[in-house]
Structures are given as C-alpha cells and as structure tokens.
Design a protein around this ligand. Structure first.
Ligand code: HEC
Length: 112
C-alpha cells in the first residue's frame, strides 16, 4: 500500500517535471517564433535613417536599394579604408566589420 502511494507520487512528480521542462522550452522558443527583425535588418535600419526606407532615398542622399552587390560592397569597404572620401560615410563604415559591410551590401542589393 505504502509503496504504491510512493510510486504514484514519483510518477506524478515525473510528469509534472516533464510538463515544466516542456513549458519552459515553449517559453524559451517563443521569442524566436515572433517576427523579430534580424540583426542585419536592425543594422540596415541605421542606414535607412539617411538613405530612406529600404534604402530608397527621398532626398539628396543616394539610394541603396537594388544597387549592384559588387558596387555596394566595394564602396563601403573603400569608405571604411578612407580610399573614398565622403562627408559622413567614412565614419559610418568604420563602425562595422568587413563581414558586416558585405552582409549589408547583400541585403540592399537583394531588395526588390
Ligand atoms: C548620417 C547619414 C547616413 C547614414 C546613417 C548612412 N549613410 Fe550612407 N551615405 C550618406 C551620404 C551623405 C552619402 C554620400 C557620401 C558621403 O557624403 O559620405 C552616403 C553614401 C553611401 C553609399 C554610396 C552610394 C553611392 O551610390 O555612391 C553607400 C553604399 C552607403 N552610403 C551605404 C550606407 C550604409 C550601408 C549605411 C548603414 C550602415 C549608411 N550608408 C548609413 C549618408 C548616410
């Protein structure tokens, strides 16, 4: 009698434990399921402040949207290395690694 109560108790404990792990898992994975912008989109948002939404400029700052990847990549790396001199872009480009600039260049080149 006593052993069966203990047995039932541990089965209950086990199932509660599993449920907790399951719901903790759900809790941990929920943010990944929401439409959270990628770090690349967050980086691009800093560019869009000047270059316009999705890099489509409404003013005198050049557009970035759908420009050739080779051009965007080359000009960003050139700004970073001070091989091309601009008013602001040298400072902006220095805030990113070469890999990040390449990824951002791809991001804008691939916008349709
Ligand atoms: C503070 C405003 C500002 C921000 C922020 C900014 N840019 Fe620029 N960008 C400019 C201006 C102005 C130019 C023209 C060159 C210059 O004067 O520096 C330019 C030029 C460029 C060019 C050359 C375009 C062409 O057609 O020759 C590229 C590529 C570029 N920016 C990419 C970016 C990227 C990528 C970011 C974000 C990481 C960014 N810019 C953030 C203002 C900005």
């Amino acid at each position: 009698m006593n052993t069966s109560i203990i047995c039932l108790g541990s089965v209950l404990q086990m199932s509660i434990g599993k449920q907790m792990i399951f719901s903790m898992g759900l809790f941990l994975f929920t943010p990944a399921l929401l439409a959270v912008p990628s770090s690349l989109e967050i980086q691009a948002n800093t560019c869009n402040v000047c270059h316009g939404e999705e890099g489509l400029s409404q003013g005198s700052v050049p557009s970035l949207k759908a420009k050739p990847i080779a051009y965007l990549e080359q000009v960003l790396l050139a700004f970073k290395a001070d091989k091309q001199v601009g008013t602001i872009m040298n400072r902006v480009a220095k805030g990113f690694t070469d890999e990040e600039l390449t990824a951002i260049a791809h991001y804008y080149a691939e916008l349709k």
